[in-house]
Every structure is written in structure tokens, then in C-alpha cells.
Design a protein around this ligand. Structure first.
Ligand code: PLP
Length: 380
């Protein structure tokens, strides 16, 4: 069977027929000439489809070990397309620490459309299974590892419980990327991505994708893209496809750098706690080792410091840029208390395990010695 990096380089990419261009051109067009009315060469309007979309879809589907993919203008456009699978009266059971934007979309938009939404921790899967026995749910939605504490859910167990109750499983694989974990092969019905992160990999393009083996979901997602105008642009899909070809080699480096940093932080006297699924001290270490080929490029840690002290310290990095987002080749640092989770009152934030001194690193592919020096400068 063709291996991951070979698929990343070759899937969805044939030399172009007219001039032999090795890289597919950017089909920067809105429309396509028809020889006779309704006689097309496969595309009629770019909101509905474009050769660059198809190329990227074939590549992402191949990497996830799936049959079909649909690409979108963002990760959240992908979740929006779910509206075409769900209907008023349906209920979604979601993990309690899902990405905040997904939560906002579910609660502020989906609920208004009559779709119910309940969240709970997924670390205790027995409780999730018990909740599913109520028979009230249409969709089970979770991500693993989660943001920012990198909690791990056993994908195979959660998806098999969903299947038992005819519940569709919908897994956000953004943090791991298909280089490290392939939820479809573990029983998920639909896997989705913010391709903005590791798949694009260069912090220069926002996008999203779903992958599935079910033709009816592919059809529903294509229809949603067309009807709701959730399409990406040809240039953006071309850029994302360019990024995807190096996903495997980038992830190798993200993982080795993150692992070294996590081990260093765990020994550091100014650090109260480190969250990295590759550490034996992490609650999800055993499950992560079972379902992931490596532990990823995200590391969170708690400084023994107040909100203000932490914010001041992490503003002084040389190579870790203080910024939202993750998954690019450059290292980023985030302070949940004052950035991503600033809108949550302190007591609720603390209850969710997000301490004042919590810092999240998206570890890039720079030389790890430079990243370590940077960390030591602000920690020591
Ligand atoms: C885990 C995860 N899923 C989904 C999203 C949303 O993706 P996008 O920003 O491409 O809409 C993000 C964005 O940060 C994310 O971190």
C-alpha cells in the first residue's frame, strides 16, 4: 500500500495535460465554457466546484484513508455545512472543551435553528455512553487532543458507542493532523479539519475540509457548500495543497521539538505543570500512544505566576510569536487567560482547569536549541 508521504506528494496531482506543468495550475476562474447548454467538462461554476478543490479533496481524502472529501472556506464553514445533515429537533452531544469557535457556532447559531446541544467531559467515556443510551442524539462531536489542555478521547471507543445508537460521529482532527491519527480508520463517520493549521502549515491560508466514506454525507456537504456559499477560493486551495505535501516531514519535526520542550519544562522549577500527551504524567498518555503515531506539536504548561506576570513574561520571547492560531512552521505562544479564553469569568475558567499561568505553545520547526534558549531566557 502506498505510504503517507508518497500520498502527500502525489495524491490529487497529475502533470497537467496541455503543457506538462508538473504542478497543477491555479484555475482562477468563476465559470467554465460549455460546448452545448449544460454540457460541461465537470465544472460549471466555482461556488459548486473547481479543479483546485478536487485536487485538494483527493489529497486530503487519501491522507485520512477516506473515500470522499469536500473543502471549505474555513474550519467553521465546514461545521456550518453540518446544518445540511441535521434538522430542527436533532440533538448534538459534544465534548466540553471543544474549540471555542465550534462551541459558539453550535450555541449561538445551531441552537437558534432548533438543534439541541449538550456538552460533557469525554475523559469519562462511560458517562458519555450512558448519555447516548437516552436515544436523544443524532451527532457525537469531539476533538482529540483538545485545546489547550490536550485531553485525549479514545476515538475507537467513542465512535463505536455512537454507532451502537445510530449516532453520527464527527471528529475534529485538526490538532493531530492525518500524519499522526486517522479517525476514519478508528470508526469515525466524518472527520473534519481546520486546514488553516497543520495541513496548510504556513499560517497563510484559512480553510476547512471534511472526509468521509459515506457517499450521502459527501453529497450533503457538497450541496451545503454550493447552497450556502461556503466555498474556498482556487488560490487558497492551491496554497493549502502546496502546504499539505510536506505535512509528514513538518509533523516529524513539530513532534520532536515539542517532545524535547515538554521534557525540559517538566524539569523546570518555575513550571507547575506540563500538558503534553507524550509525557507519562499526562492523563491521556496511554490512549494517545494507542491511537496516535506521535504526540503532536502542541505543548501547554502552567507557570507559577499570576495573570499579569504570565502575560508580561510571554511578551518577551524572541522566536515564539505572541499570536492566536497554531500549526504553522513558526512557533507561537498563547496565554488563554488573556487571549483565547479571556471572555470566560476567572472562576469558571479555573474550574475548567485553565489556570492564570497557563501558556500554550504551538511548537514550530525551528532549531530546538534556539527555542530552548528562548524559553530559558523568560523562565530562568
Ligand atoms: C481545533 C480547531 N478546530 C477548528 C478551528 C476552526 O477553524 P477555522 O479557524 O479555520 O475556521 C480551530 C481554529 O482555531 C481549531 O483550533
Amino acid at each position: 500500500m502506498t505510504k503517507f508521504n508518497t500520498k502527500a506528494v502525489h495524491s490529487g496531482q497529475e502533470p497537467e495535460k496541455e503543457f506538462g506543468s508538473v504542478i497543477p495550475p491555479i484555475y482562477q476562474t468563476t465559470t467554465y465554457a460549455q460546448e452545448h447548454p449544460a454540457q460541461t467538462k465537470g465544472y460549471d461554476y466555482t461556488r459548486a466546484g473547481n479543479p483546485n478543490f478536487t485536487n485538494l479533496e483527493q489529497a486530503i481524502a487519501a491522507l485520512e484513508g477516506g473515500t470522499y472529501a469536500t473543502v471549505f472556506s474555513s474550519g467553521l464553514a465546514t461545521v456550518t455545512a453540518l446544518l445540511n445533515i441535521l434538522k430542527p429537533g436533532d440533538n448534538v452531544l459534544g465534548i466540553n472543551d471543544m474549540y471555542g469557535g465550534t462551541y459558539r457556532l453550535m450555541t449561538k447559531v445551531f441552537e437558534k435553528m432548533g438543534i439541541g446541544f449538550k456538552t460533557m467531559p469525554f475523559e469519562d467515556l462511560e458517562a458519555v455512553k450512558k448519555e447516548l443510551t437516552t436515544g436523544s442524539y443524532t451527532l457525537l462531536s469531539f476533538e482529540t487532543p483538545t485545546n489547550p489542555l490536550l485531553r485525549i478521547t479514545d476515538i475507537e471507543e467513542a465512535c463505536s458507542a455512537a454507532k451502537k445508537h445510530n449516532v453520527i460521529s464527527f471528529v475534529d482532527n485538526t490538532f493531530a493532523s492525518p500524519a499522526l491519527q486517522q479517525p476514519l480508520t478508528l470508526g469515525a463517520d466524518i472527520v473534519w479539519h481546520s486546514t488553516t493549521k497543520y495541513i496548510g502549515g504556513h499560517s497563510d491560508v484559512v480553510g476547512g475540509a471534511i472526509v468521509t466514506n459515506h457517499a450521502q454525507y459527501k453529497e450533503a456537504f457538497d450541496f451545503a457548500r454550493l447552497s450556502m456559499g461556503l466555498n474556498p477560493s482556487p488560490f487558497e486551495t492551491w496554497l493549502t495543497h502546496r502546504g499539505l505535501k510536506t505535512l509528514g516531514v513538518r509533523m516529524d519535526r513539530h513532534c520532536t521539538n515539542a517532545k524535547s520542550i515538554a521534557h525540559m519544562l517538566e524539569q523546570h522549577p518555575k513550571v507547575a505543570k506540563v500538558y503534553y500527551p507524550g509525557l507519562a504524567s499526562h492523563s491521556g498518555n496511554v490512549t494517545a500512544a494507542k491511537q496516535m503515531s506521535d504526540f503532536g506539536g502542541m505543548v501547554s504548561f502552567e507557570l507559577k505566576a499570576s495573570v499579569e506576570e504570565t502575560a508580561a513574561k510571554i511578551s518577551r520571547f524572541k522566536f515564539f510569536t505572541l499570536a492566536e492560531s497554531l500549526g504553522g512552521i513558526e512557533s507561537l505562544v498563547n496565554h488563554p487567560a488573556t487571549m483565547t479564553h479571556a471572555s470566560i469569568p476567572a472562576d469558571i475558567r479555573h474550574k475548567a482547569g485553565l489556570a492564570d499561568g497557563l501558556v500554550r505553545l504551538s511548537v514550530g520547526i525551528e532549531d530546538v536549541e534556539d527555542l530552548m534558549d528562548d524559553l530559558h531566557t523568560i523562565l530562568d
